[in-house]
Ligand binder design. Structure first.
Ligand SMILES: Cc1ncc(COP(=O)(O)O)c(C=O)c1O
Length: 439
């Protein structure tokens, strides 16, 4: 048990959590260093999801800590609107080094959800500036996750995140990319790229003159690491080009190394018009998100901006380009580059792939395993009509064994820090194998 009182525990309504279950027997994290947490009993726990896909560099990184503490003492806050501080411009340029060429205009936000909101608003406004004000609908994808805002849940496609909330934005959905027969595929499936053609049906139904943008995660993270089939993203790109529809990649999880590349766009060889990002920008030390736009989008706003003292885009957040987040972002992205971590993940991905697929034989309850870069999702069959039960039980057993893994819906997700050693992958997989074998 924790030292917290019942009243203290009850006072905090925890996000995306089973509050009643958690508060009965709280799992309290007290500190973190490298790839490990310590809980409030002093137990060492391996971080099997890099925080929430945030901390690829591991925890307690000296250069980031130092950048943040220096920044706190130098400039704690500066107004985000109409005035600036140098680090936001330095960080914007640094981010472009990770983006595909041409996506070189960076807007700062405070989270992934705000990044998605920004991308969708700009997509609509862009078409209006170009004289196509009817282009307002969005196309997302089944099993997509685009954050917790009203716009994010509207284009998102995880049913449990939508059903409570009623009417959202005018959004429609492509089918997911999990074609039957592709279970246990290592990396990208050869089957399923034709699922992108469902976009043509949606265009027939709604007409391209009414559609602003398609938004997809290049690899779906939150639904359990769903990897795009070969050729799928390229096909989406072709159709968007043919019909004058913007293509947005939500790279809140896939940008900055996780895929063994600077971005998902780079890993999969397809360049969208807009990329949303967050999580890994500051290595999770402080909230920050960003959106990369292709230059033509930015230029359109500048050209149609009216007098130059006027706002070209009436949009932004009090915490856009927060100086402490910018300092953390500069330190974190420099570390990624100096340690060549995207390349390290690429080199390690074969080992990871073999390790995660070796779990298949540990239980008949495993119905699928998927992997890419340093990420994997394992689907478990439902127990008596409760699809989320087994993943919960596995995650609790793993916590007891000294490993943090994420559970959600019918999947277990694992994505350890980029600095993880092979021996640590072995320990994680062995523990998971033992856990699965008891199902
Ligand atoms: C692809 C994607 N988009 C958006 C978000 C939302 O980010 P945040 O929780 O920072 O708002 C997430 C979070 O997991 C995500 O994975």
């Amino acid at each position: 048990m924790s030292n917290l009182t019942k009243n203290q525990l009850d006072s905090h309504w925890m996000p995306y959590s089973g509050n009643r279950e958690f508060k009965r027997d709280p799992r309290i994290i007290a500190s973190a260093d490298g790839c490990y947490y310590k809980d409030n009993h002093g137990r060492k726990i391996f971080d099997g999801l890099s925080g929430l896909w945030t901390c690829g560099l591991g925890h307690n990184v000296e250069s980031i800590n130092e950048a943040v503490s220096n920044q706190v003492r130098t400039l704690d806050y500066s107004p985000a609107f109409q005035f600036g501080h140098e680090k936001s411009f330095l960080l914007a340029e640094k981010i472009t080094e990770f983006m595909p060429s041409g996506l070189n205009r960076i807007f700062f936000t405070g989270s992934g959800s705000e990044s998605v909101d920004t991308a969708l608003k700009v997509a609509r406004a862009y078409w209006r500036k170009k004289g196509h004000g009817t282009k307002t609908k969005f196309i997302g994808r089944v099993k997509g996750y685009h954050g917790a805002g009203i716009s994010g849940f509207s284009v998102g496609g995880i049913p449990a995140n939508r059903t409570l909330y009623g009417q959202g934005l005018d959004a429609y959905h492509l089918p997911d990319t999990q074609a039957p027969g592709t279970e246990f595929t290592k990396g990208m499936s050869e089957i399923g790229s034709d699922r992108a053609n469902a976009l043509l049906d949606l265009i027939t139904l709604h007409d391209a003159s009414n559609i602003a943008a398609v938004i997809v995660e290049p690899m779906s993270g939150s639904a359990g690491v769903i990897v795009p089939p070969q050729g799928y993203l390229k096909r989406l790109r072709e159709i968007c080009d043919q019909h004058n529809i913007l293509l947005i990649f939500d790279e809140v999880i896939t940008a900055f190394g996780r895929m063994g590349a600077n971005s998902g766009a780079e890993a999969f060889g397809v360049t969208p018009d807009i990329i949303t990002m967050a999580k890994q920008v500051t290595n999770g030390i402080i909230p920050m998100g960003a959106v990369a736009f292709k230059q033509e989008i930015y230029d359109t706003f500048m050209e149609h901006g009216g007098h130059d003292y006027m706002l070209e885009l009436p949009h932004g957040y009090t915490y856009s380009a927060h100086p402490i987040a910018c300092a953390a972002g500069l330190a974190s992205l420099s570390e990624l580059q100096e340690q060549q971590l995207p390349q390290r993940i690429k080199d390690m991905s074969g080992y990871w792939e073999e390790a995660v697929h070796s779990l298949r034989s540990s239980s008949d309850c495993i119905t699928d395993i998927r992997n890419y870069g340093l990420a994997a999702g394992i689907t478990l069959s439902a127990l008596n009509g409760q699809p989320a039960r087994r993943p919960y039980e596995v995650a609790m057993d793993m916590w007891a064994k000294g490993f943090y893994v994420r559970y959600g819906g019918d999947t277990i997700q694992i994505a350890p820090p980029f600095i993880t050693e092979r021996s640590e992958i072995d320990s994680l997989i062995n523990a998971l194998g033992e856990s699965f074998s008891t199902l």
